[in-house]
Design a protein around this ligand. Structure first.
Ligand code: FES
Ligand SMILES: [Fe+2]
Length: 390
């Protein structure tokens, strides 16, 4: 952990509660950043698509006829109408529901209804879907509304070198491509997206809010560093503890006493890794005081074999869970009838804390000094303020 001057809160409290701030972040930050859009396996066949809302833009992420990924602005070139919703497969063309203009999977305008009668002389070649940027890093997909965005590799800086137990330098065993998804859970959190990020990267609360649920961590040895606009963190387990006894098998190549690392990819994606799993923690802003968190967990393939008979999708979910899929989704566990801070469930403890900070700030609370282990918060706030000036 870096030392030197004391970290300080530089984000005004208003930034967590004001809709005006929220709108500015959408327009000035999320509309200009690379953001996480899922895994390459989410779109398998030509025509598979998913609509991604980021900033003020709605984007279509699409698998094209050649098997490549493309991103377009989700607007028909006739009336600007939103073309697609949700996810699915468009077949060989995107056809607008309104007046049936049709675009191929490369975004070219192929047909205009009653073209010769209604649009004599129209030049279809300049009316293709407007492109956005799309790029992959390993099997993670990122999009940027700006078609001329800086290359993703440059945006990611040295994060690829910090993917595994980066203290040891060379080994990078957390390779998500050789792992399989075993859980996909979406949580609803009544808190501003930045509060959720700041909770995730806060090294101070770890032994205090999670004394039992993360009781095996040696937080006195936590290590944090800034990586471009992003961040990387590692903390070991306490001596003598290993994760050999966990439901998920230890990832091949990792020591069973590997602790926990995260990489925070600015602005809103965490990668969280233990000896037994690699996961994405995607914070999706909905309103000033409301966000979704989608957590997808990948583990060794034999984890799925072990769990072959388990249900794949859960219903009858507790109120903080929107959806839950996968044999290792935490929704399968009965939630204890105790206060969240006594639940021994990391996510319940964190959601409670985030919602309590939000409630406090909405009631006029002010924010005080930051600890050394909260230096990552100042660093994160600085990145946000680079885009959304006070
Ligand atoms: S708005 Fe799409 S075809 Fe008219
Ligand atoms: Fe936490």
């Amino acid at each position: 952990m870096a030392t030197g001057t004391a970290p300080r809160q530089i984000m005004p409290a208003e930034a967590y509660v004001s809709m005006e701030w929220f709108r500015r972040e959408q327009a000035e930050l999320f509309s200009r950043c690379w953001v996480f859009a899922g895994m390459t396996e989410d779109l398998k066949a030509p025509g598979d698509y998913q609509v991604i809302a980021t900033g003020r833009a709605s984007l279509i992420l699409l698998r094209d006829a050649e098997g490549g990924l493309r991103a377009f602005h989700n607007n028909c070139r006739h009336r600007g109408t939103r073309l697609l919703e949700g996810k699915g497969n468009v077949g060989r063309a995107i056809t607008c529901f309104y007046h049936s203009w049709s675009y191929d999977l490369a975004g070219r305008l192929k047909s205009v209804t009653l073209e010769s009668e209604q649009f004599p002389g129209i030049d279809k070649s300049c009316l293709g879907l407007k492109p956005a940027s799309v790029a992959t890093w390993r099997n993670l997909v990122f999009v940027n509304p700006d078609p001329a965005a800086e290359p993703l590799e440059r945006w990611l800086s040295d994060i690829p070198q910090k993917l595994g137990p980066f203290e040891e330098g060379e080994t990078r065993p957390h390779d998500p491509e050789r792992l399989v998804e075993v859980a996909d859970v979406v949580y609803r959190v009544r808190a501003n997206w930045k509060i959720i990020v700041e909770n995730f990267i806060d090294g101070y609360h770890l032994p205090l809010l999670h004394p039992i649920s993360l009781g095996d961590g040696d937080f006195m040895k936590q290590h944090w560093e800034a990586v471009g606009r992003h961040q990387a963190f590692y903390r070991p387990l306490k001596p003598g503890i290993s994760h050999n006894d966990r439901p998920l098998p230890v990832i091949e190549g990792l020591p069973a006493n590997y602790g926990a690392s995260y990489q925070w990819l600015f602005p809103n994606l965490g990668l969280y890794n233990l000896a037994t799993f690699w996961s994405t923690f995607h914070v999706i802003p909905l309103e000033a005081g409301l966000s979704l968190v989608q957590s997808r967990i990948r583990a060794m393939p034999e984890a799925l074999e072990r769990a072959a008979n388990w249900p794949r999708e859960f219903t009858d979910l507790p109120p903080h869970i929107v959806s839950a899929k996968g044999p290792y989704a935490e929704a399968r566990d009965p939630f204890p009838p105790v206060h969240p801070t006594k639940s021994n469930n990391v996510m319940l403890e964190d959601i409670y804390a985030c919602e309590a900070v939000q409630a406090g700030l909405e009631a006029g609370g002010t924010i005080g000094p930051l600890s050394r282990w909260e230096r990552p918060l100042e660093f994160f706030q600085r990145q946000v303020l680079d885009y959304v000036a006070v």
